[in-house]
Write a protein that binds this ligand. Structure first.
Ligand code: ADP
Length: 404
């Protein structure tokens, strides 16, 4: 049976999943895996679609020094031990720049173009591209597809896409891109099955994970996002501050004498919930902590979500539905309850019983705005896009086009 490998590579971990292609293009998840501790304490864990463990192995540090090495180890495990030989690989790539409003089939020219966006996502883009490059070198005929976190937001109105800076910078690509697009796209596809009338209207989707953002969607299309040029903007996150006056950055550079790389590291790694609490970047640990700074960090997280929800509702001139997704959004009923209480003025009334049991709809039946919890599935989105491009590539029409 044909299979598709989905890869989501970060700086110290690579997540991978295998999907089987069944009849009529249906995809069935077969396996989930993750190599953690790359370059420090490498460990690969994988489980089948039923959650049954398939592997849990530690490796010496020199066996998995970087992301390409992690891919090589995981790849040979899949091939040699499980006899899985994927027909294509789909990758999560954070930044597609101004040109990519949809996924693309990778070739060397595309890779060079995507490398230019590394400064726009310094902690993600180089790691996303590393396995693409190593697969291109080692398996040059293997079709690879890049799926972008920015793509879903690319048809924003120019008003939402600009900063108030000279146009030359916009032309160079200094724009408000927005991220977490694969997650929002999944929710946009799923919501019509759950609540078609709501999906056709104005919806805020809150993707609250380690990275966090919110998207304003009208009829399933993104019209505004809390994130901008980079994934630093908007909500407070695990280790990123979210919206911050650029004057603070100038202060760090001029008054504190921090170098630009130091400031970059500070903004990506030392702020947000971690910086505010001094306890952890992990919401579970903050919720369990008795430290008042942990409580303050949670208050701040919730407060900024409330502020930004007001902004997104204003962008759409109203609101018809609200969706929670990602690690915190899917799992923390207390954070969801606190956010909903803040949004009571918009017409949101939470149902505590439904919220506590993580129901799909967690608002009261008389709530003017219905509220949903929807587990996201970015990997399935990537597998679907990969299959679509693969099918188009091998269809008779596209073959004729390529020959002409
Ligand atoms: P990412 O994929 O961006 O790494 P996730 O979507 O997995 O992130 O979200 C991670 C966040 O979700 C962490 O802050 C984690 O603490 C939080 N989280 C996961 N489960 C729970 C839970 N049961 N209660 C509160 N927070 C949770």
């Amino acid at each position: 049976m044909d299979t598709i490998l989905v890869v989501n590579a970060g700086s110290s971990s690579v997540k991978f999943q295998i999907f089987a292609v069944e009849g009529e293009g249906r995809l069935q998840r077969q396996l989930k895996g993750q190599m953690d501790g790359i370059g420090s304490r490498p460990r690969m864990r994988a489980s089948g679609s039923d959650g049954a463990p398939l592997a849990d192995r530690a490796y010496p540090i020199e066996a998995v020094v970087d992301v390409p090495a992690a891919m090589a180890v995981a790849g040979s495990w899949l091939r040699d031990e499980l006899n899985i030989n994927p027909v294509a690989v789909g990758h999560r790539v954070v930044h597609g720049g101004p040109d990519h409003a949809s996924p693309v089939l990778i070739d060397p020219a595309i890779v060079s173009r995507l490398e230019r966006y590394a400064p726009l996502a310094p902690l993600h883009q180089p790691h996303n591209l590393a396995p693409i490059k190593s697969l291109l070198a080692n398996f040059p005929t293997m079709p690879q597809v890049a799926c972008f976190d920015t793509a879903f937001h690319r048809d924003h109105d120019p008003l939402a896409d600009h900063y108030a800076i000279p146009h030359q910078l916009y032309a160079e690509g200094v724009r408000r891109y927005g991220f977490h697009g694969l997650s929002y796209e999944y929710v946009a596809k799923r919501l019509p099955q759950v609540a078609p009338e709501v999906a056709a209207g104005r919806v805020i989707v809150a993707h609250l994970g380690s990275g966090a953002s919110m998207c304003a969607m009208r009829a399933g299309r993104s019209v505004e996002s809390t994130m901008g040029f980079t994934a630093l903007d908007g909500l407070a996150m695990g280790t990123r501050p979210g919206q911050i006056d650029p004057g603070v950055v100038l202060y760090l550079l001029t008054e504190k004498g921090m170098s630009a790389p130091k400031v970059q590291d500070f903004l990506y790694r030392d702020c947000g919930l971690k910086g505010l609490s001094g306890v952890s970047n992990d919401m579970r640990e903050l919720e369990a902590s008795a430290d008042p700074h942990a409580a303050f960090a949670i208050d701040y997280f919730v407060y900024r979500i409330g502020l930004n929800a007001g902004m997104l509702a204003a962008a759409m001139a109203g609101l018809d539905g609200f969706v929670f997704t990602a690690g915190i959004g899917e799992n923390s009923n207390s954070i969801r309850a606190r956010i909903c209480e803040r949004l009571a003025w918009l017409g949101i009334m939470i149902d505590p019983v439904e919220n506590a049991r993580h129901a799909t709809r967690i608002s009261r039946s008389d709530s003017r705005i219905p509220v949903y919890v929807m587990p996201t599935d970015e990997e399935l989105m990537i597998a679907r896009h990969t299959l679509t491009l693969l099918t188009n590539q091998s269809s008779p029409n596209s073959r004729r086009e390529r020959m002409s």
